[in-house]
Structure formats: C-alpha cells, structure tokens
Design a protein around this ligand. Structure first.
Ligand SMILES: [Mn+2]
Length: 285
C-alpha cells in the first residue's frame, strides 16, 4: 500500500455533474491519484456513470457524505435512528456504486444541528450503536467518522471524543477521519491530536484554517506530515478547500469572500505541497 493523494470536489460544489468534466481532466493531468466525491442524495446510476468516467481518466476515488436531522444517529428518537442506519447503509451503497472503498464525513450526527445541551454518554452510545449496525450491513466499505469544529458539529468536535466514540462502535470498518481545519480550531496542537488519532486513523483531509490555499494559512503542515510519517500512515491524503463557485453551497459553508484567484490554483498548490511533504518525510506515494 502507499499513500494516495486526492482532491475534494466540494471545492467546485455539492454535486459532481457533466459540467465538471474539464475539472476532472485537469486534476488527472496535474497528477492527482483521485478525487473525493460528495454522494449524499445522489442516485446510484449517476454515481456508477461518474465512476466509469473516473476510470477512463485513471482517477481513483473516495466518497464524502453527511447526516441531517431526519437521519441523525444521535437522535433520542428510535425511529430517527432507524432512518439514520438506513441512510448510512445507503451512503455505503453509494460509495460502492462510485467505486470507492471509503465514505467519510460527519456521519456520527446531524450536520450543524445543536440540541441546547452538551452531548453525554447516552448520546455517544446511541450513535455508536447506529454506526456499528450500519457497518455490519455495509459490505467492505469503510465508514469514516470525521469530527467537525463546534460551529458545525455537536456530538464530536475533537480527537479525544472521536477516539472514545470509535472505541464504543468497536467495528473494524468504522474508522477516524482527521481534517486539519477542524483540528486547528479545536485542538491544543494539531500534530499531537493527529498522533492521538493514530490507531483509529482511516482517512486524512488537509485543509487550511480559512479553507483556502494550502500553505498560506496557520496549519503546521510540515509537522502534520512528520506525524503521518511517524504513524507510517498509508491511506488517502485529500486536499479540502471551499469556494463560492456554487453560491448556495458557499452560503451553507459560510464562505463569504474569495479565498483564491481560482479553484484550480488551490488544487495545483495543494498537490504540490502534499507531494513535497511526502517526499521530504519519505512517505510512499
Ligand atoms: Mn473535512
């Protein structure tokens, strides 16, 4: 196994369509190993067709998904949790249709839904049960649990909580996702938190504090990659950044200003930074 470097298609919007064909071609030409594709709510036949187009371009892929209030694994309502289990199995089926072996994201609880109290052990236990049951029905697809910062997630917003959650799930195909953007906000030290995630680490997203150009902000990428080398990490490293290319999606992510002259520049610089760090640290790619 060796590290694969991906680009998140969320930079261009919430759904990959025919209109993104030139973007996919350019990402392949730049030298990306693959792309990360949003799959929530996308029909399986559309994902199968996209998978075939990615095959033709030589791009591998991972999937990204999320949960809403109607399908919230942490809900106190058993009917909502049952719907959440079906939703997670559906995300795994979507990943399969796309040809991805992992679907990651805030799949532990509803995105940006905040009951006005702190989460407790009963909330963790309820959501962990949903994740475990879904994993048992998800074939070989890995479910990646990503903690988000406090303004986007309620149940899990740091590495320590995520580790405890994954211990509670206790399933080999439910793994941790580490996004340097969220860690930068919530942790004392991002590389130290990454090391703590180590045994549970299944997927990595590299992203700046402002969600713009990698290397321009405050995330200490050299120490992040030193830590990945210490861990002998061999999964995906996906560049994640956001924009207002899709204005409604930009509104949802609270992107209120231009963060880069172009999205392809973000992709090009991100790939260059990741490749340079992999070479410097001796990680295989
Ligand atoms: Mn992320």
């Amino acid at each position: 196994m060796s590290i694969q470097v991906g680009m998140s298609m969320l930079l261009w919007g919430p759904r990959v369509t025919e209109a993104h064909a030139p973007v996919l071609e350019e990402l392949a030409a730049l030298g990306y190993d693959g792309v990360e594709v949003p799959v929530t709510g996308v029909p399986l036949d559309e994902l199968e067709a996209l998978g075939q187009r990615l095959d033709a371009l030589g791009l591998a892929r991972t999937a990204v998904g999320f949960c809403t209030e109607e399908v919230d694994p942490a809900s106190p309502d058993a009917r909502v949790r049952a719907a959440a289990e079906e939703h997670l199995v559906g995300l795994a089926r979507a990943a399969e249709a796309l040809g991805a072996s992992l679907v990651g994201g805030p799949i532990h609880s509803a995105y940006a839904h905040f009951p006005e109290r702190a989460p407790g052990s009963e909330d963790v236990a309820r959501a962990a049960e949903v994740l475990r049951r879904a994993a048992e029905r998800s074939g070989s697809v890995v479910l990646g649990v990503e903690f988000l910062n406090r303004f986007e997630a309620w149940l899990l917003s740091c590495t320590e909580q995520t580790r405890a959650f994954l211990d509670a799930v206790d399933h080999p195909r439910v793994r941790g996702v580490f996004d340097t953007h969220h860690a930068h906000i919530e942790e004392d030290d991002t590389p130290t938190a990454l090391a703590l995630m180590g045994p549970h680490l299944g997927h990595v997203q590299v992203s700046e504090n402002h969600r713009g150009r990698l290397g321009a902000g405050q995330v200490p990428f050299p120490r992040v990659f030193d830590t990945l080398a210490d861990l002998d990490y061999d999964g995906w490293v996906v560049v994640e950044a956001f924009s207002r290319e899709d204005p409604a999606f930009g509104n949802g992510l609270r992107i209120w200003r231009s963060l880069a002259p172009s999205s392809m520049l973000v992709a090009r610089e991100g790939l260059a930074l990741v490749r340079a760090e992999l070479a410097r640290t001796g990680l295989h790619s």
